[in-house]
Design a protein around this ligand. Structure first.
Ligand SMILES: *[C@@H]1O[C@H](CO)[C@@H](O)[C@H](O)[C@H]1NC(C)=O
Ligand SMILES: *[C@@H]1O[C@H](CO)[C@@H](O)[C@H](O)[C@H]1NC(C)=O
Length: 363
C-alpha cells in the first residue's frame, strides 16, 4: 500500500479494546498496586536500572505541556510523517506532538532547523518504524531520519536505513539511519539499524535513554555532546573487511571543545569483534562507565587505525565496567582507566546541562 511518495504498512494486529467494566474491587486492587509500584520506583530512583516502567509517551507529552497534536497514519489527517512536520510553522515556539500510529513508514524524514519544539511520538520501538533505503557519499544525505532543529524529543520509534551494505571502509557509500545536528535533542526508547555508520551524532547536546543501536563500523560517530543512558549496543559481524570495526568515532577537535560521547549503565554485545572507539581527532572523547562489555570487545579496547596524529590528548576511557570485555591487561597504553574523580563529571546529565532541558532523565 502506498500513500503518495511514502508508504505505510501495518505490522501489528489491531487490538480489540474491551470496554473497561471491571468490578470495582478489581479496580481498587489495580490502583493500589499502581501506587505501590510508583512508590517503589521513587525509592529506587537513584539506582542503575532500566527505565522502561517510567518514561512513556503520555508522561513526556504532559511534561512538555504540548497542546497541539498532529496524527500520522493511513486513516488520519497526515498520511506521511514529513507532511506533518511540514505543517508545523517555521519559527514554531510551542511544543507540538507529531504522533505516529504503529506501523512501518517507508519514507525519509527531515526536521529542518526552522521547526523546533517538536515531539515525535511513536508507539514503541518495534511497533512504529521509519525505514528507508538510502546510500550516499554524504552521511547527511544518506540519513533516513535527520534532526536539524533544536528542542526535539523523540519517543518509541525504530529507525532503519535499509540500504544494502557497501564496503564499510568505502567513503562513497554511507547508510546513516539517524543524524542529529540540533541542540537539546533527546531520544527515549528508540532503536537504530544500519549496516554501518548508523547514528551520526553530529553536533549539539543530546540524550539517548534506553535505546538500541546496531552496526559494525564507526556506527556512533560525529562531534555531538551526548549521554547514552542504558544503551544496548549490538555489534553485527562484517566479514567483508579485514579491518576490525569500532563502535565510536568521536570528533572533538580541540581542548576547549565540550563534545564527547558518554555511555552509562548499558551493555555492549554482539557477533564478531570491535573496538570501543577510535582516535580520529586529536581530542576525541568517549567514556564507557558502569557498562557491561561482552567478549565482542577486542582486548586492546581502542584503536588509532588510520589516525596519524598523536594520541597524547585523546580521552578514550572506561570507568567501572564489567564483563569479559572489560579486562584491561591488554588495553592500548594510551587509553584511560578513569578514577572516581575523573569520571565524576561524565556520570550525570550535568555533562549536557540536562537538568535545564530534559523532560525526564535518570541518574
Ligand atoms: C583514512 O584517513 C583518510 C584521511 O583522513 C581518509 O580520507 C580515508 O577515507 C580514511 N580511510 C579509511 C579506510 O577510513
Ligand atoms: C560500579 O558499577 C556497579 C554496577 O555494576 C554499581 O553498583 C557501583 O555503584 C559502581 N561503582 C561506582 C564506584 O560507581
Amino acid at each position: 500500500m502506498s500513500w503518495g511518495a511514502a508508504s505505510y504498512s501495518r505490522r501489528t494486529h489491531p487490538r480489540t479494546r474491551a470496554p473497561m467494566m471491571a468490578q470495582p474491587s478489581l479496580l481498587l486492587l489495580l490502583a493500589a498496586a499502581a501506587v505501590l509500584l510508583l512508590s517503589l520506583c521513587d525509592a529506587h530512583n537513584k539506582l542503575a536500572k532500566k527505565s522502561d516502567d517510567v518514561v512513556n509517551g503520555p508522561l513526556l507529552t504532559s511534561k512538555l505541556g504540548a497542546k497541539r497534536t498532529l496524527i500520522v497514519g493511513p486513516n488520519d489527517e497526515f498520511k506521511t510523517i514529513q507532511s506533518a512536520i511540514d505543517a508545523v510553522p517555521d519559527g514554531n515556539s510551542e511544543w507540538v506532538v507529531v504522533h505516529l500510529r504503529a506501523g512501518v513508514y517507508t519514507e525519509k524524514v527531515v526536521i529542518p532547523e526552522t521547526k523546533p519544539f517538536i515531539f515525535v511520538r511513536g508507539n514503541g520501538k518495534g511497533r512504529t518504524s521509519i525505514s528507508y533505503e538510502s546510500a550516499s557519499p554524504h552521511n547527511t544525505e544518506s540519513a533516513t531520519f535527520a534532526v536539524h532543529a533544536d528542542n526535539v524529543i523523540v519517543f518509541g520509534i525504530s529507525f532503519r536505513n535499509a540500504a544494502r551494505a557497501g564496503l564499510p571502509n568505502n567513503p562513497e557509500i554511507r547508510t546513516v539511519a539517524t543524524m542529529v545536528s540540533g541542540d537539546k535533542v533527546a531520544f527515549y526508547h528508540c532503536a537504530f539499524y544500519s549496516p554501518h555508520h548508523t547514528l551520526f551524532d553530529s553536533v549539539g547536546r543530546h540524550y539517548y535513554e534506553s535505546c538500541y543501536i546496531q552496526g559494525n563500523i564507526d556506527f556512533i560517530f560525529g562531534g555531538g555532546q551526548s549521554i547514552f543512558q542504558c544503551a544496548e549496543i549490538f555489534v553485527k559481524p562484517d566479514r567483508r573487511t579485514p579491518i576490525l570495526g569500532s563502535i565510536t568515532a568521536q570528533d572533538r577537535k580541540e581542548e576547549s571543545g565540550s563534545s564527547g560521547f558518554v555511555f552509562l549503565k548499558g551493555k555492549v554485545y554482539g557477533v564478531g569483534e570491535v573496538y570501543l572507539g577510535r582516535a580520529n581527532e586529536a581530542y576525541s572523547r568517549v567514556v564507557f562507565a558502569d557498562t557491561y562489555l561482552s567478549k565482542t570487545v577486542n582486548p586492546a579496547g581502542w584503536t588509532n587505525y588510520n589516525f596519524s596524529g598523536s594520541t597524547e590528548h585523546v580521552m578514550l576511557g572506561e570507568f567501572n565496567c564489567t564483563g569479559p570485555g572489560a579486562e584491561r591487561s591488554q588495553r592500548v597504553p594510551w587509553s584511560r582507566q578513569l578514577d572516581q574523580a575523573e569520571a565524576a563529571k561524565f556520570l550525570t546529565v550535568d555533562f549536557i546541562n540536562g537538568k535545564d532541558w530534559l523532560p525526564a532523565f535518570y541518574y
